[in-house]
Structure formats: C-alpha cells, structure tokens
Design a protein around this ligand. Structure first.
Ligand code: UD1
Length: 361
C-alpha cells in the first residue's frame, strides 16, 4: 500500500511524526513524506524534522511563500505531478494549512483516496483561512479522523457519512507525550534559552502569529497594550514567528523591556520553556491542546476556538483580542489557585496506532 503523507507548515510536522513512526511497524505500508515547502526556514522546518526524529522528506515541492492563491496553486501543480508519477493508494493530510487543502483537492480529482487527520474542527469564522481549508478538506476526505466530540457533531451537521468519521484521539498529543518523555532526561544544557529560563522565574510563555492579530495594527496594538501591563507583573518569553517579526517592524511595535524576544524555537526547546511557565498566552491551535494535555494554564488570544474541549475540560481560557478581555482572562488564570482540568478522551498517545488500524482494515 503506497501512501503519501503530506506536511507543509510548522504545525504539520508534529502531527505527521507519530503517524510516520507508527507506519514503520506495518510491513505492507510504504509511507513516504511529502514536504510542500510552505515553510522553509531552518527554524520553521528542518529544526522540527530533527527534533521530531523525522527522516529527510522523500519529496520536497519548493512551494515557498506567496499569496494564498499563489502558494496553494504552486503546491497543487507540484503535487499533481508527484501523484501522477507515484500513483499512491492513499494521501494523508493533517491539520488546516494551505498545503492540507491543496493536496486533498489534487488527490481527490485524481481519484486517490484522502484521509484527513484532525477533521471536523470548526471556528465558524470564515475570515480565518484555516476554516476554509478545513471545510474543503473535510468535504473531500474518505477518512475523517477526529480529535474531539465537537468535531463529530460538526461533521454530522454538515451531512458527512457517519461511516467515514473515526474518533481516534489526537496525534499532536501522541507527539507531545513522546517528546516530553525524552525531555525528562534532558537538563537543557544544549538549549540556548537555558539561561533565560533560569533567570526568569514565574514567566509567561507567549506565541502570536495569526494574520487577524498581527497584520492589523489596531488589533496588534490592543494585544500589546495588555501584554505590556502583564509584563509589569511577570516576565514574558516570546519566540517570534517570521510573520510577526515582519509586522512588528512595519508597525513599530514597542514591547515592554520585561519581554524577552527569542527566535522561532524548535519543538523541544519550546516545550522546555512552556511546560514550566506559569501561563501560556497564544493564538496557536496546537498549544491550546498541548497545554490542556500537560495541565498548564492557557489564555487564547482569539475571539473563538475550533477546539472547545480545551475550554470545557482543559486549562484553556478565551481571552479575545481586546485589552480588557485579555487582562480579565489573565487575571482569572493567575488568581485561580487550584485549576481543575481533565485530559480529554483518547488523548492518550495512541491516536496514530488507531489511525493505522482503521486504514489497514
Ligand atoms: C501558516 C498557516 C497557519 C499556521 C502557521 C504556523 C496557512 C493559511 N496558514 O501561517 O495556519 O498556524 O503557518 O506557523 O496555511 N515565512 C518565513 N519563513 C518560513 C515561512 C514563512 O519567513 O519558513 C514568512 C514569510 O514572509 C511568509 C509569512 O511568514 O510570507 C507567512 O507564511 P505562511 O506560510 O504564508 O503563513 P503563516 O502565517 O506561517
């Protein structure tokens, strides 16, 4: 069985890692990694392949950056050629980035089966490019592998066939548990941020990269004004995404001196910092889930989330993007002495195992 496993952007790499590792246990499976090249800087791509024990991608498509149409189009052209040459039996796509959409459309039009890992999540906010990517990919997919109950409801409401939907758990958490175990034997000496970690106790770990937050000056200013207030109370460690760096320069954003700016970090180094933080503040999808699985309080800098289980059961709090709402959520998190949370069902490190069992059946 020939399978192409597609990844393109940073959050995809954590998701394909356990799927690839698990594929090696099945002799009848020939699983090859396709890297579309959506992310290409060392820190955004290769550093993750190294951390996550992924081999060099079997195919690299050199898509690079561009507008949505340009980027998606380039990936589609290159992936179509690859599929024509390789004739896969199945294409597996993960998450909700432009590479996910591009490759699922190409595969389906070539009558190749598509499996979508992390199907059914919905923010109901069509101003997010990811929401469009999710909806299109789910419409085309033959296997809909879901991470939480809300995703099943969304897919059924949209009329998807029940027998295509499989509640397998969360491959992101498979990877998290695997990497966290490795970190137990790591004293951090190899990490350039060890000194920063030791010097800053009781810190906030921040990530921020969504276009809706950083591409609009008014929203970015509003978020920064809350962050600068928070930095008066505790230091903020902030690895800066390339998009955010570009917009900070363009808008001349001024952050408090108590904010430590860091380059984009590899998976392990990032985990090394946030697992011991007092609080994570983020607009990433993955960190909402990972903090929930590790019991670290999280304020999500968005008006909505496609991952409601992290709020219902986990440690996540919606902070919105306004100064007052962010500070309110922050206060709620830090004042809560004992936080009650549960790890959601099937977030147990075995999602990839379940996925392969279903595919091979
Ligand atoms: C993409 C995903 C988003 C995901 C994020 C994680 C889409 C629509 N968006 O957003 O869902 O949360 O990745 O990082 O697929 N750049 C570099 N080096 C790189 C990659 C990008 O400098 O290796 C810069 C370029 O200026 C580029 C910009 O970042 O134009 C944005 O990159 P892009 O992949 O288009 O979107 P992200 O914001 O990274």
């Amino acid at each position: 069985m020939k399978i192409l496993l597609v990844a393109g952007a940073r959050p995809n790499f954590m998701k394909i890692s356990p799927i690839y590792r698990e594929s090696l246990k099945h002799e009848t499976v020939d699983c090859r990694i396709v890297h579309t090249g959506q992310h290409y800087d060392y820190e955004m791509s290769q550093a993750f392949f190294e951390d996550l024990e992924l081999p060099e991608p079997h195919f690299f498509l050199y898509a690079g950056s561009g507008s949505h149409a340009v980027q998606t189009g380039k990936i589609m052209v290159a992936f179509e050629e690859l599929c024509e040459a390789e004739k896969p039996d199945l294409v597996i796509v993960v998450g909700d980035v432009n590479s996910t959409l591009a490759c699922s459309v190409v595969a389906k039009k070539l009558l190749v089966k598509v499996a979508h890992v992390e199907a059914g999540l919905r923010s109901f906010d069509l101003s997010m490019p990811e929401e469009i990517n999710r909806m299109v990919t789910d419409t085309l997919s033959d296997y809909l592998f879901v991470t939480e109950e809300s995703a099943i409801k969304n897919l059924i409401r949209e009329g998807k066939q029940k027998d295509k939907i499989h509640f397998v758990g969360n491959v992101m958490i498979d990877n998290l548990f695997y990497q966290a175990k490795k970190l137990e034997n790591n004293d951090g000496n190899k990490f350039s941020t060890l000194k920063v970690k030791n010097e800053n106790k009781d810190y906030v770990f921040l990530t921020l990269h969504r276009p809706s937050n950083v591409d609009c000056k008014e929203t970015f200013d509003e978020i920064v004004s809350a962050l600068n207030d928070i930095a008066e109370e505790r230091p903020i460690l902030f690895p800066v995404h390339p998009r955010t760096k570009k917009m900070m320069d363009r808008f001349k954003i001024r952050l408090s001196e108590n904010t430590v700016l860091l380059p984009p970090l590899g998976f392990m180094e990032s985990l090394f910092l946030w697992k011991d933080s007092s609080l994570v503040m983020t607009d990433s999808g993955g960190l909402q889930e990972e903090t929930t699985a590790m019991g670290v309080p999280c304020v999500t800098l968005r008006e909505n989330t496609e991952r409601p289980i992290t709020i219902e059961m986990g440690t996540n709090n919606l902070g919105g993007t306004k100064r007052t709402s962010i500070l309110k959520a922050y206060r709620k998190c830090v004042d809560k002495k004992v936080m009650k949370y549960k790890v959601p069902p099937k977030w147990d490190g075995k999602a990839a195992e379940r996925i392969w069992k279903i595919i091979l059946e």
